[in-house]
Design a protein around this ligand. Structure first.
Ligand code: CTP
Ligand code: CA
Length: 221
C-alpha cells in the first residue's frame, strides 16, 4: 500500500536500525543464535517512521510484520547484517538493537553432521563475529548519533557504562533481562550516555520505543 509521507520531528532524517537475532549455521539444519524476539527493534522502527524518519530496518530471522513505511532488509548471519548496515549508509542515526551472535562456527559443514552411533561428540570450533556497532562507531562514515543496546542479567548500569566506551557509541540503552524476561511485551530501559543515566519506568515495548524516539528527536533537532 502507498502511504502518505509522514511529517514529523524526524522528517528528512535517515534512521538505520538492526533488530532480531542472527543465525550462524553449524550445518544446513543447525545454528547458533541469541534469544531475541525482535519486538523492541521493530517497535522502534515503527515509532521512528511515525515521527517522519526514513527508516531502514535490517532484520535477522524473526516472524514479525514490517511496520508501515519502513524499508526492511532481511539477513541471516552477523556478516550479512554487517554488510547490509554498510550498504544502507549514510544515516543520521544508527540504533543497533539486534542480538548479534558473538561467535560462529569456524568450519560450517555443507552436509548435515550425523550421529555415528558411537556417542562421540563432534567438535565445534568458534570464531568471533564482526562487531557491527563498534565497527560503525569507529568508521569514517559514522552516523552523528550511534546507539547500542545491551541486554544484561546483572550489574546492568556498570556493564552498560563499560560498553559505551568500548563500543564508541553515544548512548547505550540497557535493559535487565533477569527481571524483564526476553520475548515479553514490556521493558524498563536505562539510557546511558556521557551525560549520565536516564531510567525509564516499566512500559510496553511500543511505549518504550516512542519514548526513545522522542529523546532521539530532541537530541538531533
Ligand atoms: N553488537 C554488534 N555486533 C556484535 C555484537 C554486538 O553490533 N557482533 C551490538 C548489539 O547490537 C548491541 C551492542 O553491540 O547494540 C551490545 O551488544 P552486547 O551483546 O550487549 O555486547 P558485547 O560486546 O557482545 O558484550 P557481551 O559479552 O555482553 O555479549
Ligand atoms: Ca554479545
Amino acid at each position: 500500500s502507498h502511504l502518505e509521507p509522514v511529517q514529523g520531528p524526524l522528517t528528512g532524517k535517515h534512521i538505520l536500525i538492526t533488530a532480531g537475532p542472527t543465525h550462524e549455521p553449524i550445518d544446513p539444519v543447525r545454528y547458533i543464535a541469541n534469544r531475541s524476539s525482535g519486538k523492541q527493534g521493530f517497535a522502534i522502527a515503527a515509532a521512528a517512521a511515525r515521527a517522519g524518519a526514513t527508516v531502514t530496518l535490517i532484520a535477522g530471522p524473526v516472524t514479525l510484520p514490517t511496520p508501515p513505511g519502513v524499508t526492511r532488509v532481511d539477513v541471516e548471519t552477523a556478516r550479512q547484517m554487517d554488510a547490509a548496515v554498510d550498504a544502507a549508509l549514510p544515516a543520521d542515526v544508527a540504533i543497533m538493537v539486534a542480538a548479534v551472535a558473538d561467535w560462529r562456527s569456524a568450519d560450517e559443514a555443507q552436509q548435515k553432521i550425523k550421529k555415528d552411533g558411537s556417542g562421540k561428540i563432534p567438535p565445534l570450533h568458534l570464531v568471533e563475529n564482526p562487531d557491527i556497532l563498534a565497527t560503525l562507531a569507529k568508521s569514517d562514515r559514522r552516523p552523528p548519533l550511534v546507539i547500542g543496546f545491551a541486554a544484561e542479567t546483572n550489574d546492568v548500569l556498570a556493564h552498560a557504562t563499560a560498553k559505551l566506551a568500548r563500543k564508541g557509541a553515544d548512548w547505550i540503552v540497557a535493559n535487565d533481562v533477569a527481571t524483564h524476561l526476553m520475548g515479553g511485551e514490556v521493558n524498563a530501559l536505562h539510557i546511558v550516555s556521557a551525560s549520565g543515566v536516564e531510567s525509564l519506568p516499566e512500559m510496553t515495548k511500543d511505549a518504550a520505543a516512542t519514548a526513545l524516539v522522542k529523546r532521539i528527536s530532541d537530541a538531533i533537532a
